[in-house]
Design a protein around this ligand. Structure first.
Ligand code: FMN
Length: 210
């Protein structure tokens, strides 16, 4: 089949999110201008740059996470491991402004070092970010949309040492949850390794991060 999104897809559900899948879940913690904590998942999320490390997430409308990130210039990514899935899902509930999702989901908060927002203590890794860009989306006709893009530079990295094995972050042990389409999710349970054609000597020298 082929369809132009502006004319509809003709299927029972929009397949877009099932095609662009899996998407890592940005479990975003922030504080509002009064310092009240907020936590919510965003699957329109990814690493955006590596040098320096940057993260991005988008929001369909101006929700608390983006509003707080823009108001305070800070946000935190928390990795959602498989065992934290149910708690993460609870934090997506529509709650009044100022209600602390950490408490609603029974999650312990841990302090950050470079930003005011707390992090999820039980998360295998959290990345503290300072806001670099925020942009309201426009469509191809130049019409302003409700969605926003938020980009932050990573200024602090927390790794639970239990997830460091031989100097590497153990992604399989962390089992990050990712969002597929509909109400489907997946988690990383296995990896395969493949060298690039250009790896050769560089690989031996330990330059594999490029
Ligand atoms: C796994 C998951 C992924 C989500 N991804 C997004 C997303 O990418 N964009 C969005 O606007 N809402 C997304 N949501 C919904 C928000 O989490 C939800 O609207 C939440 O109440 C927003 O909270 P906030 O206002 O505290 O930021 C997602 C929900 C779940 C469960």
């Amino acid at each position: 089949m082929f369809y132009e999104p502006r004319n509809g897809h003709g299927l029972p559900h929009d397949p877009f999110k099932a095609i662009v899948a899996p998407r890592p879940i940005g479990w975003i913690s922030t504080v509002d201008a009064q310092g009240r904590p907020n936590l919510a998942p965003y699957s329109f999320f990814n690493a955006a740059l590596s040098r320096p490390p940057m993260l991005m997430f988008t929001t369909e409308t101006m929700k608390h996470s983006a509003a707080n990130a823009i108001a305070t210039g800070e946000f935190v990514f928390n990795l959602c491991s498989r065992d934290l899935f149910e708690a993460m899902n609870l934090t997506s509930g529509l709650l009044p402004e100022g209600v602390n999702e950490f408490e609603v989901a029974g999650l312990e908060m841990a302090p950050c070092r470079m930003v005011k927002a707390p992090r999820v203590a039980a998360s295998p890794a959290s990345l503290e970010c300072r806001l670099v860009h925020s942009l309201r989306f426009e469509d191809i006709e130049g019409r302003a949309l409700e969605g926003w893009l938020v980009v932050g530079q990573v200024v602090g990295v927390h790794i639970n040492d239990a997830f460091l094995k031989d100097g590497r972050f153990d992604t399989v042990a962390a089992a990050p949850v990712a969002r597929c389409g509909y109400r489907d999710y997946t988690a990383v349970t296995a990896l395969f390794e493949a060298l690039r054609p250009s790896d050769g000597g560089e690989w031996a020298l330990g330059q594999r991060d490029r």
